[in-house]
Design a protein around this ligand. Structure first.
Ligand code: GLN
Length: 482
């Protein structure tokens, strides 16, 4: 028992050590964590080499270079970025974020850097031509966006229903496929999507004209904001700003992007897709495996300790065990991940890396399940065994480790294997906090090439391969244990 506690403590220390790699203070140049959208072209998107590019990204990098700081761009999605900024996990958000009065109460914005307004888009062959035609229909919006809020403000007056998406590409697709009749987004983004091949048409004039700004939390990171503004003035004056914008919206780039989006492009064949995305997918897979392994180790140690607490003949320790299992088995993994990543830092003000938050989430959630079957496995061993051992004069601890556990372990092994597989699959849920694991990698690739069927099929196959290997290893260990 003492050994496992020491083990657990050293495990937590290792985690914290690993987590500290993500800390952002550098000796001479400061590195800031900047959140951005998964896809919001031409402002941010993954190019055909799966690198993050776009007006926002290039502006940010040019300004950082000008002002001598470093940026770590995190493509977590718009809503996730805004929430992580609020909880202090990110230093700033650069994601085509409109400067609105409501947002100004929570955030400090840079100088406005791009003009925008909200438009409604419909399918190219749609009969919907204005807001009145939306009566009783379904409209797609994107979580937490200003255009989405604008749509919500019109909902009652024009009598439509809304459905919410986290990413722009999914929102557009819903309209292209006819599930929703319209969507609301910013004019420059909508315009770009349409001119590069998305089968939509803008149906209304831009409303509530405004600007995009770079955002930091109110009253925080003021030096970053100041550097941004100063750098922005410089790149505006030396022509770099115009060059960046032109790089993305010139006729030539738009034509090239349109060609890349057509089906004739090699990336739309199975072979082409695999060839082009293998390095990125493997990187995502490595991250998935890394989190799975640490998650499994954490959950097993935590689960065994909590499970054992549940069988010690002591009311308090049994109560603790039951409560821990009740809480962490009861909480959905998604809620737990968001709570640890966004909730706790809001309260304590300390940052925690997404990967570390993910591993802690797995440790607690999968660990609670492990504890339940460890406890159950021990209780399943015939009571007579313990009584016999004790009457032979063995102390409780010895009877447990020498007599009960070896028998209980055999009962638990299949549950352990099952739990390992579930842990691996559950890592996909952690894409919500922006960990670049396999599922998040897939989202980013699809946002670029819209090949949902093929990319998800490839990713599904990758999960199955790893699960098969994991099952083989577990079965091998199980045989050895017999
Ligand atoms: N421009 C929109 C907003 O400010 C959406 C930004 C985005 O989706 N990346 O809310």
């Amino acid at each position: 028992m003492k050994r496992s506690v020491t083990l657990f403590i050293s495990f937590v220390c290792t985690l914290l050590f690993l987590g500290s790699f993500n800390s952002n203070v550098n000796a001479d140049t400061k590195t800031y964590n900047i959140g951005t959208d998964v896809t919001y072209p031409p402002f941010e998107f993954a190019n055909d080499k799966n690198q993050y590019v776009g007006i926002d990204i290039d502006l940010m990098k040019a300004i950082a270079k000008e002002e001598g700081f470093k940026v770590n761009i995190k493509p977590v999605g718009f809503n996730a970025a805004v929430q992580s900024l609020q909880s202090g996990q990110l230093d700033g958000v650069m994601a085509g974020m409109a400067i609105t009065d409501e947002r100004k109460q929570k955030f400090d914005f840079s100088k406005p850097y791009y003009r925008t307004g909200f438009v409604m888009a419909v399918a190219t062959d749609s009969k919907v031509s204005n807001l009145k035609d939306l009566k009783g229909k379904r409209v797609a919006i994107k979580t937490g966006t200003a255009a989405g809020n604008y749509a919500l403000s019109l909902k009652k007056k024009y009598g439509f229903k809304t459905v919410t998406f986290d990413d722009s590409d999914n929102m557009y697709n819903d309209v292209v496929h006819g599930n929703s009749v319209a969507c609301f987004d910013d004019e420059p983004v909508m315009q770009y999507a349409i001119s590069t091949g998305t089968k939509l048409r803008i149906a209304t004039k831009p409303a509530q004209l405004g600007h995009y700004g770079f955002a930091v939390m109110k009253g925080q990171n003021q030096e970053l904001l100041q550097k941004f503004n100063e750098g922005f003035d410089k790149i505006k004056a030396n022509g770099e700003y115009d060059r960046i914008v032109q790089r993305y919206i010139s006729k030539k780039t738009i034509e090239a992007q349109k060609a890349a989006n057509t089906k004739a492009n090699s990336e739309h064949t199975w072979i082409g897709l695999i060839q082009k995305n293998t390095p990125t997918l493997l990187k995502g897979l490595t991250q998935t495996i890394y989190i799975t392994i640490l998650g499994i180790i954490g959950a097993t140690i935590f689960g065994v300790i909590v499970g054992l607490l549940g069988v010690i003949p002591n009311k308090l320790s049994q109560g603790i065990s039951t409560t821990i299992i009740y809480i962490f088995r009861g909480l959905p993994l998604l809620v737990l991940a968001l709570f640890i990543y966004n909730g706790i830092p809001t309260l304590t003000g300390t940052k925690i890396s997404a990967v570390l938050a993910g591993i802690i989430t797995l440790t607690l959630n999968e660990g609670a399940y492990t504890a339940a079957f460890v406890r159950g496995g021990i209780q399943a061993v015939d009571k007579g065994q313990m009584e016999a051992a004790r009457s032979l004069g063995l102390p409780f601890g010895k009877a447990m480790t020498k007599i009960i556990l070896p028998q209980g372990l055999k009962i638990m092994v299949p549950s352990f294997i099952n739990q390992f597989i579930i842990t691996l699959k559950d890592t996909s849920i952690l894409s919500i906090i922006g960990i670049l694991e396999l599922t998040q990698t897939g989202k980013i690739i699809i946002a670029r090439n819209l090949e949902g069927f093929k990319v998800w099929a490839i990713i599904g196959a990758m999960y199955l391969i790893v699960i098969t290997i994991l099952t083989w290893i577990s079965n091998y260990v199980q045989k050895k244990l017999k």
